[in-house]
Design a protein around this ligand. Structure first.
Ligand code: MIC
Ligand code: SF4
Length: 644
């Protein structure tokens, strides 16, 4: 029987288990990437595991999130990352070199390989034909040391593309359409494979935009074939030798087929506060706009930026709009400068921002109170921009640039602006001088540890009995941005006791204090949640900091993949209600006990929670593999790996 692309790559990397959808398999990881906000903990954990050098083909440490450098913390972290990379054989991408996903696609991505990254948008690499997966830093640390990455063998959906995009319609609109079709929940355990005759009409950066926002659907990865278009992209990057063909066999099977006609896609927007609330731009036309941000790992390719610059050429940014442009890589910024496009942007009144995550993570450039912000990024969760009541819409660079000129939502097809039709470059400006590549001499580098850098927090073994105290009851689709805010708090990523003070800051500002008091009183803290708990980022701090605050279990209607894995890695039991209606019977302050807690969870039996207030018995499922149960019983992956 013919194999699809995902089966081909997965089976070539399969080292443990059997490829049966839903069953856990262990795969070899060829490449890893980390970024600074998750990276410091990943390397601290790598060191804590006693690992001596990396065992992957390539590991890269990017600095792109914490580049604001207010105070000493960020710069200290950068120095730690640079020195630890030198010591263990990791390539270091200096701040200013660009956003990890875009730079990795340009300089390192290789068709047919596996990439594991401590960032949820790692699947961007699917645009070049990699199985690229986002995970917590601890999983990436294990993979760097040559350990396998464990995940459920996926169900594979084919997205069959036909037709061709019309002028002003973009890959961003395609992925927003996909979000309308698949929504942001219910896709755990799925990988998307793009195919059909429409694929060859999409460039690698366009494919990467689509793969990038698979993260918002909750799929594990999105993969494109590697074809002549891929070859041309790699040739333009001076890397044709890294190219190989990758296509599905005739007769390959899929669990579901979704057909999408590219010619019928229209300019779209994701509306506040979820990437899944999708509307056509034509439905929003005329709405006033306060801020426009162009950039992020979703949309800052050369063509994206050049198109925006062409729209703005000879025009002025509307008086009521603040426009920020952050090219995602130094390569693109250098090319814009050489082409004169940077001058066009400056002349228009655009504010040029650093090639980094910046506005996307709410690190700066927060909108005014209640402001309407059009962004080309991938997430518009409440408060993520740094302004709690801002209204963030996710759009294409074309729609963003048109709005910057007109001051309102504008269908670019009707703006009276000639279509720029920017072509992909045949040769890119290749300058790798902002990478520090490992050498044998660098192995003796002394690792720098500034005062911002803590120890990875330790956990005790799983207790025999659960003496649970419900600290908070939250609703559906709670994101990791709700659990562990980033933005202005990002600089505490390497200092868990400090960062933990902000857990659930924007949901219930009393959470951290109450949780610490409850822990000190000997209780095991419990979080109760609705559906799709832990959407969004891979930040393991959303598990590590609750662990520090004494959280031992999260009981939810359902979980998102990366966060469930992170909970487990930090010894917090992810419990799913057998009967989802039980969720409504629990209140904050309830005592939930379980006499055979450790034995039940560790043996894979149902976990019965007794609610002291109502007297009810609540059945929960802790659906884990034998390997995962051992990790939970040990109090997390670090304890499990080091035998503590
Ligand atoms: C994000 O887009 O939310 C982030 C910031 O890149 C996170 C990683 C982090 O929190 O450091 C992600 O996507 O995993
Ligand atoms: Fe950076 Fe935003 Fe991409 Fe996350 S989504 S990696 S914060 S640009």
């Amino acid at each position: 029987m013919g194999q699809n692309i995902i089966e081909k790559i997965m089976s070539a990397h399969l080292r443990e288990g059997e490829y049966v959808p839903g069953k856990e398999v262990g795969i070899r990881i060829d490449q890893t990437l980390t970024q600074d906000a998750t990276g410091t903990m990943a390397y601290l954990q790598f060191e804590a595991m006693g690992l001596k050098e990396i065992k992957t083909d390539l590991s890269v440490s990017y600095v792109d999130h914490n580049t604001v450098q207010v105070g000493f913390e960020n710069a200290d972290d950068h120095k730690y990352l640079a020195t630890v990379a030198a010591k263990y054989g990791v390539v270091y991408s200096r701040p200013g070199n660009g956003i990890c996903h875009q730079v990795h696609l340009e300089r390192f991505g290789k068709p047919g390989t596996t990439l594991l990254g401590s960032d949820s948008h790692t699947p961007t690499g699917g645009g070049i034909g990699q199985i690229a997966i986002g995970a917590g830093g601890l999983d990436v640390a294990v993979a760097m040391g040559g350990g396998l990455f464990y995940t459920a063998a996926p169900k594979v959906y084919l997205v069959k593309l036909t037709g061709e995009l019309q002028p002003w319609v973009t890959a961003k609109d395609v992925v927003l359409k996909m979000l309308e079709l698949l929504s942001t929940k219910g896709n755990v355990g799925v990988m998307l494979e793009y195919g059909g005759p429409g694929v060859k009409k999409l460039s690698v950066p366009q494919r990467a935009t689509i793969a990038n926002m698979g993260a918002e659907m909750g799929v594990t990865a999105s993969v494109f074939p590697s074809d002549n278009v891929t070859r041309k992209f790699m040739k333009a990057q001076g890397r044709e030798a890294d190219w190989s063909e990758l296509k599905a066999d005739r007769g390959a099977k899929y669990d579901r087929v979704i057909e999408l006609d590219l010619s019928a896609v229209e300019p779209m927007a994701a509306c506040p506060h979820s990437p899944g609330i999708v509307k056509k731009i034509s439905e929003l036309e005329g709405k006033a706009v306060d801020q426009v941000c162009i950039g992020s790992c979703t949309n800052s390719s050369y063509k994206d930026m050049m198109t925006a610059a062409e729209v703005l050429k000879g025009r002025k940014v509307h008086a009521s709009v603040s426009l920020g442009v952050a090219p995602g890589s130094r390569q693109v910024l250098q090319m814009l400068a050489r082409k004169g496009a940077l001058a066009n942007l400056l002349d228009s009144g655009a504010r040029i921002l650093e090639s980094a995550c910046g506005f996307c993570i709410g690190n700066h450039f927060s909108p005014k109170s209640g402001g309407v912000s059009l962004r080309t990024s991938n997430r518009n969760f409440e408060a993520r921009s740094g302004t709690a009541d801002a209204q963030v819409y996710l759009v294409s660079p074309e729609v963003a640039a048109a709005a910057a000129v007109t001051g309102k939502f504008t269908d670019p097809r009707k703006a009276g602006i000639p279509y720029p039709n920017v072509k992909e470059p045949a040769a890119c400006l290749v300058d790798d001088s902002m990478f520090i590549k490992p050498t044998p001499e660098l192995k003796s580098t002394e690792v720098f540890r500034g005062p911002n850098l803590g120890e990875p927090p330790k956990n005790d073994k799983m207790p025999e009995q659960l003496n649970g105290a419900v600290m908070i009851v939250v609703g559906d689709k709670i994101t990791t941005d709700h659990i562990m805010p980033a933005g202005a708090r990002l600089k505490y990523r390497s200092n868990v006791p400090k960062y933990a003070q902000y857990v659930f800051e924007n949901v219930d500002g009393t959470f951290a204090k109450r949780a610490l008091e409850s822990k000190a009183a000997g209780a095991h803290n419990v979080i109760v949640a609705g559906e799709s708990y832990g959407q969004g980022s891979s930040r393991e701090h959303a598990a590590m900091c609750p662990m520090y605050l004494g959280v031992k279990a999260v009981a939810a209607k359902s979980f998102e993949r990366i966060h469930a894995a992170n909970l487990l890695n930090f010894g917090i039991a992810p419990l799913t209600f057998k009967n989802p209606a039980d969720y409504a019977s629990i209140q904050a302050g309830d005592k939930l006990t379980c006499a055979d807690w450790r034995a039940a969870a560790a043996e894979g039996r149902p976990v019965m929670l007794k609610n002291g207030r109502t007297g009810a018995s609540i059945e929960c499922v802790c659906a884990l593999s034998a390997r995962q149960r051992a990790i939970l019983a040990a109090g997390g992956l670090l304890n499990h790996t080091t035998g503590k």
